[in-house]
Design a protein around this ligand. Structure first.
Ligand SMILES: Nc1ncnc2c1ncn2[C@@H]1O[C@H](COP(=O)(O)OP(=O)(O)OP(=O)(O)O)[C@@H](O)[C@H]1O
Length: 339
């Protein structure tokens, strides 16, 4: 294990008591200081992996080292050196924000003399200093999540695990949490975040692992992964139906329009072409389609997104499965955010 790694997992396997193989042979390395994202749809194995890395669950087989400690032999050492924010918030609704943090300091064994300063610093960091004396039950969903994240950090761990921290939050609340995560990462804290939101992964993470059915199917920076899609994407909308779309696919694949072999697919209302020269030769395709007697009603060229990456790997859109949060509803107490 290299000293520069915060997490090293080798061939991690987790089979639940009922025989469900939730994680099958996951290996990953996360360098210290990195903002790492674990992206995948519901049920892919994200929570099982994060719980195993945080020593809350024993792997069926495999090897894990966290902050230099062996997770099976030194689980206590691992736990003392990490923060963990679960999917369900662990905030006590009957306690104020400050009392919640004080309780977390006691639980994590933060020295008495250091507690007061630590608590005020964290309240500032997550923008809850103004509501420090309010009971958490009055907080919006976003405020509770920020308080929960702060409680995971009272002992200044060098590594923090965040399990789908923004699920169910509206975009404004999500953005505030992102700012906060960036701030703790800027202070040198390694972050291991699971998410089913492509935009979250794209905006925050330096490097990503994409997990599907318990296996890592892609790994790299968002930019690297997008590059693997194989170029830019030209969408052409056609006036006519399936027969016209099939003819358009044949035209786009015919020699002389795009160099090499472009990837061409039918869409709901036309075709989609992925190739490095989509922009350069797009108009050639439009001319060829017209010559073929097909009527183009619109087109656009765009850079690939992480959804295209997911589609290329799995043949499915991740966003199809993910319920995006509701649009903002009226603000709750003091936070200007809603659940
Ligand atoms: N305690 C359990 N017993 C049996 N099977 C489980 C248990 N917990 C999870 N699973 C199953 O293991 C697989 C992986 O679940 P996991 O919760 O790790 O996925 P996830 O990617 O975190 O999904 P989600 O976003 O829904 O939390 C799923 O098939 C799930 O149904």
């Amino acid at each position: 294990m290299s000293e520069s790694l915060a997490i090293e997992a080798e061939n991690l396997e987790v089979v639940y008591g009922d025989g469900t193989e939730a994680v099958g042979g996951v290996s990953l390395s996360v360098p210290r200081g990195e903002f790492f994202g674990f992206l995948g749809p519901n049920g892919a194995g994200k929570t099982t992996t994060i719980k195993t890395l945080a020593t809350l669950l024993k792997p069926t087989s495999g090897r894990i080292r966290v902050n230099g400690y062996d997770a099976l032999e030194q689980p206590r050492k691992v736990r003392e050196s990490i923060g963990y924010m679960a999917q369900e918030t662990s905030v006590d609704p009957e306690l104020t924000a400050r009392e919640n943090l004080r309780f977390a300091c006691e639980s994590y064994g933060v020295r008495k003399g250091e507690r007061a300063e630590r608590i005020e610093e964290l309240l500032e960091l997550v923008d809850l200093a103004d509501v420090a004396t309010k009971e958490a039950k009055e907080f919006s969903g976003g405020m509770k999540k920020r308080l929960d994240a702060a409680t995971a950090l009272v002992h200044r761990p060098p590594l923090v695990f965040l399990d789908e921290p923004t699920t169910g939050l509206d975009p404004k609340a999500r953005n505030r949490l992102w700012d906060y995560f960036r701030r703790i990462n800027d202070r040198g804290t390694t972050i291991f975040l699971t998410t089913q939101y492509l935009e979250e992964a794209d905006q925050l993470c330096e490097r990503l692992g994409v997990i599907l059915d318990g296996e890592i199917v892609a790994e790299g920076s968002p930019a690297d992964l997008k590059q693997e899609v194989g170029g830019e994407i030209l969408n052409v909308r056609l006036e006519d139906g399936p027969e016209a779309r099939q003819r358009a696919v044949t035209v786009a694949q015919s020699a002389g329009i795009f160099p090499g072999t472009p990837s061409v697919e039918e869409t709901d209302d036309g075709i989609s072409v992925t190739t490095p020269t989509a922009r350069q030769h797009g108009t050639d395709l439009l001319v060829a389609l017209r010559d073929e007697g097909l009527t183009v009603t619109g087109f656009d060229v765009r850079a690939p997104t992480l959804d295209d990456v997911f589609l290329a790997i799995t043949g499915e859109h991740l966003d199809d499965e993910v319920a995006e949060p509701e649009p903002a509803s009226p603000p709750a107490a003091d936070g200007g955010e809603s659940q």
